[in-house]
Design a protein around this ligand. Structure first.
Ligand code: UD1
Length: 434
C-alpha cells in the first residue's frame, strides 16, 4: 500500500506554483456537458478528483481529450440523455462533486439519473438543499434505493430560492440547472466562495446570464442554450493555504506563486497574528516564520470567513505555537479526526464537541499516522515535515484527490518526503535523506 514517508525537521524554502482550484474545476467540468459545442478548460488541476469526474463524463458519451496535462477539450454532443441514461459507474460514486452532474444534466436535458455522491467522510453531508432547489425550479426529484437521484421536469421555470444554510454545493448545483430554466431565478443566502464566482464566470462565458455571484444574492436570467467556451480556472486557495501553513510550521520561507492574494486574506491574517510574516505581491505571496509562534483562535465560516478546508492545516501550526488556541468548526461535524494522530506526535489537543482546545508544544516527534480525509491528510504531511524524525502516513489516496504532485512540490522546497510502496522504498529513502 502506498504511504508517505517523511523525514522532518527541515525548514522549507524556495518557490512553489499553485495549481488550478479543484473545487472550481469540478463545477466547471460538470458544466461543460450543458452544451453540444466544444469547451476548452485550462488550468485544470491534475488530481484524482478531476480525472474521476472526467472519466464519468466520458462514460456517458462525451469526448474528453487532454491537450496537455492541465488543458482539457470536452465535447458533450455524444451524450444521448433519455430515460436509459444513468450516470452510475465505478467513477461517479467515488467523488461527492459528481452531484453537479444532476444540476447540469437536469438543466440541459430536463432529466438526470445520477448515483449519490461519495467523497470524504467528514460528517453528515446532506443534499436536501440541492433537491429543494431543483424542486423549486419545477423538477420532480426522487431518491431511488441503491443510492441514486432521479430528477425530471417537463420544463424548468425560474424561481425564488432561499437556502437555509449557506451551501457551496447547493449554490452551484441550482445555478447550473437555473441557467437553462425559463425566466428569472434568485438564489438568496448563496455561498460566496471564489469558486462560485469562477463557475458563474464560466457559465456566463458559455452564454448564461448570471449576476451577483460572489454576493449572497445571485440573479439568473434563463437562456435557451449555451455555447462552447475557452476558459482558465482560478488558482486553488486551499492548496496555497496549505503551503503557507507548511512555511509557518517548519519555520521556513516559501514564495507561493500563481495565487489571488485576496482569496487568502482570512488565512494570511491568522498567520500574521501568530507572528509569521506574509508579504503579498500581485499574484504571489511570500510566507516566512522563525522563532516562536503565538497562539490564536479560529472559527470556520463560509467565505470570506476562515475556510473549513484549512482548519486542520492551521491547527498543526497552532499546536506548535506558544499558549492556548481554540479552534471552532462550524461547518462540518466530523472534522477533528486528525487530532488523535497529532497527539501521537506529541501535540496536546483536546476536542470538546465542535471545539478543539490546543495547548502549544515546542516540537512534534515523527509517528505512524493515517489520513482520515483530504485536508486531514495534508495536515499530517505538514506535521511530519515539522516533526523530529520519521513519519509514515497511510491512506494517501485522500491527499491525491486534491493536491497535484504534492510530494514533488515539497521535495523542491527541500522537504524530505517520498511515496513508498515497500520496505525497500523506505530503506532507499532513509539512505537518501540521512
Ligand atoms: C464544498 C467543498 C468542500 C468544502 C465545503 C465548505 C466542493 C466539491 N467541496 O463542499 O471542500 O469543505 O464546500 O466550504 O466544492 N448542507 C445541508 N444541506 C445541503 C447541503 C449542505 O445541510 O443540501 C450543509 C452541510 O452539511 C454543511 C454546510 O451545509 O454543514 C456546508 O456544506 P456545503 O457548502 O454544501 O459543502 P459542500 O458543497 O459539500
Amino acid at each position: 500500500m502506498e504511504q508517505y514517508v517523511i523525514k522532518g525537521g527541515v525548514p522549507l524554502e524556495g518557490e512553489v506554483v499553485i495549481a488550478g482550484a479543484k473545487n472550481a474545476a469540478l463545477g466547471i467540468l460538470a458544466a461543460t456537458v450543458m452544451t453540444d459545442d466544444v469547451c476548452i478548460v485550462e488550468n485544470v488541476p491534475y488530481v484524482s478528483d478531476t480525472r474521476t469526474l472526467l472519466k464519468a463524463i466520458e462514460n456517458i458519451g462525451a469526448t474528453v481529450e487532454y491537450i496537455d496535462r492541465h488543458t482539457v477539450r470536452i465535447c458533450a454532443k455524444g451524450i444521448l440523455s433519455d430515460e436509459n441514461l444513468s450516470v452510475d459507474d465505478e467513477y461517479i460514486r467515488k467523488i461527492r462533486a459528481s452531484y453537479y452532474l444532476i444540476g447540469a444534466l437536469l438543466g440541459k436535458y430536463k432529466y438526470a439519473d445520477v448515483a449519490l455522491p461519495g467523497g470524504c467522510d467528514i460528517g453528515a453531508r446532506p443534499i436536501d438543499l440541492h433537491i429543494k432547489g431543483f424542486e423549486k425550479l419545477g423538477a420532480d426529484v426522487s431518491i431511488i434505493s441503491g443510492g441514486k437521484i432521479v430528477a425530471r421536469a417537463e420544463k424548468l421555470v425560474g424561481s425564488h430560492i432561499y437556502l437555509d444554510t449557506v451551501s457551496v454545493g447547493a449554490t452551484i448545483n441550482i445555478m447550473l440547472a437555473a441557467v437553462l430554466a425559463e425566466g428569472k431565478t434568485t438564489i438568496e443566502n448563496a455561498a460566496k466562495e471564489p469558486h462560485i464566482v469562477d463557475v458563474a464566470n464560466f457559465l456566463n462565458s458559455m452564454g448564461a446570464n448570471i449576476k451577483g455571484a460572489g454576493t449572497d444574492v445571485i440573479r439568473i436570467r434563463g437562456v435557451a442554450r449555451l455555447h462552447g467556451s475557452e476558459y482558465s480556472i482560478i488558482p486553488d486557495q486551499i492548496e496555497a493555504g496549505t503551503f503557507m501553513a507548511m512555511a509557518v510550521a517548519t519555520r521556513g520561507n516559501i514564495l507561493i506563486k500563481n495565487v489571488i492574494p485576496k482569496h487568502l486574506e482570512s488565512i494570511s491574517s491568522k498567520f500574521t497574528e501568530m507572528g509569521a510574516k506574509v508579504i503579498e505581491y500581485d499574484d504571489s505571496v511570500r510566507v516566512m516564520a522563525d522563532g516562536d509562534l503565538r497562539s490564536t483562535h479560529i472559527k470556520t465560516l463560509p467565505y470570506p470567513g476562515f475556510p473549513t478546508d484549512m482548519q486542520a492545516q492551521m491547527a498543526v501550526t497552532l499546536a506548535l505555537a506558544t499558549g492556548t488556541s481554540i479552534v471552532t468548526e462550524s461547518i462540518f461535524e466530523n472534522r477533528f479526526r486528525y487530532v488523535s494522530e497529532l497527539n501521537k506526535m506529541g501535540a496536546n489537543i483536546r476536542v470538546e464537541g465542535n471545539t478543539a482546545i490546543i495547548s502549544g508544544v515546542p516540537r512534534f516527534t515523527g509517528a505512524m499516522l493515517t489520513a482520515s480525509d483530504l485536508r486531514a491528510g495534508a495536515a499530517l504531511v505538514i506535521a511530519g515535515l515539522a516533526a523530529d524524525g520519521y513519519s509514515y502516513i497511510d491512506e494517501i489516496k485522500y491527499v491525491l484527490r486534491g493536491y497535484e504532485d504534492f510530494d514533488e512540490k515539497i521535495r523542491n522546497l527541500g522537504g524530505g518526503i517520498e511515496i513508498a510502496e515497500s520496505e525497500e522504498d523506505i530503506t532507499r529513502f532513509k539512505l537518501k535523506v540521512v
